[in-house]
Design a protein around this ligand. Structure first.
Ligand code: AMP
Length: 301
């Protein structure tokens, strides 16, 4: 792999493995113009960096079909609560650029906080509806931070396609709602299935916080989802009982402090009572120093 370049004025597509790193809105717009001048579309993958195979799957999907791929690496301060992990969130930009480049990204957009939130910044995008329950209830302001930064990034990058991971199912619902409501619906949103470790743990940048015992305990989330999915597959329709199957696994695992197991409508994120259509089963738990989330889509048998 090659080291990333820092030429701020990309005029042509760089070779694979050599993404151009840009930091200003003006430069990322020039990158988009350069891609379009080649007759290609612009595909965009927003991330907070510390890239893993989940992120890289999004990048590979973005690159499929020949679009130019822009990956943003921006640890967004407004989506972290005051007692959350903003300052210790893993930052490894040079490695991220190499990995993203080898997966097909041509450009890394890594703005400073001041570029995204300039002096006097006073606008927030607040989404109701799907923001309200689960993560939104436990992390006040989190989805306003997410919706604000995603709206801003989409207006900066102006892509044809934007890719998100199903891993963050509620974020998908919030961003989908926001894109419809703000008429950003000429940008195609694509959702990529959750990428997992071989033993089932959903990949996450926050897995880096897990010690060896935590890493084993963390399997309670995916195992809980599997137990709940098995209950549904065996004919269970009562949402509370399906949730209880997941909760029992998490509560029965030492070192795991569950926040919730919730069966919700995948678009509105409202709780459902009876499994009679597609539903998202979402779980969240603290495991050692990390707070982890996971989900699976469930349909009636
Ligand atoms: P993050 O850097 O955590 O903000 O994630 C950036 C994007 O990658 C989001 O759209 C996530 O949903 C997605 N993502 C994170 N982990 C995974 C995973 N294990 N599988 C698929 N997508 C993921």
């Amino acid at each position: 792999m090659h080291a990333p370049t820092t030429d701020p004025t990309p005029h042509s597509a760089p070779a694979p493995g050599q993404p151009v790193v840009v930091r200003s809105v003006a430069d990322i717009r020039r990158a988009g113009d350069a891609i379009r001048a080649q007759g290609r579309g612009v595909a965009f993958v927003p991330t907070m960096g510390a890239l893993h195979e989940g992120h890289l799957t999004l990048v590979r999907d973005a690159a499929r079909g020949g679009d130019g791929v822009i990956v943003s690496v921006f640890v967004n301060p407004t989506q972290f609560g005051p007692n959350e992990d903003f300052t210790k969130y893993p930052r490894q930009e040079a490695r991220d650029a190499e990995l993203a480049g080898s997966a097909g990204a041509g450009w890394i957009f890594a703005p400073d906080v001041a570029e995204v939130y300039p002096e006097g910044f006073a606008t927030t995008v607040t989404v109701g509806g799907p923001s309200e329950g689960l993560e939104g209830a436990i992390r006040p302001g989190h989805f306003a931070g997410v919706a604000t930064v995603v709206a801003k990034l989409l207006l900066m990058v102006r892509p044809d396609r934007v890719l998100f991971g199903q891993k963050d199912a509620q974020q998908v619902a919030v961003v989908r709602r926001m894109m419809r409501d703000l008429h950003l619906d000429d940008i195609r949103m694509e959702v990529v299935p959750t990428v997992r470790e071989a033993d089932g743990l959903a990949m996450s940048s926050r897995n880096a916080y897990l010690g060896p015992d935590d890493r084993v305990a963390a399997l309670a989330l995916s195992r809980g989802l599997a137990a709940a999915a098995a209950a549904a597959a065996a004919g269970e329709r009562d949402a509370r009982r399906i949730e209880a199957a997941a909760m029992a696994v998490m509560e029965g695992t030492p070192g795991v402090a569950p926040d919730y197991a919730a069966l919700v409508d995948p678009d509105t994120f409202r709780p459902i009572e009876t499994l009679d259509g597609p539903a998202a089963l979402c779980v969240a738990a603290k495991v050692g120093p990390a707070r982890l989330i996971d989900n699976t889509l469930i349909r009636p048998n």
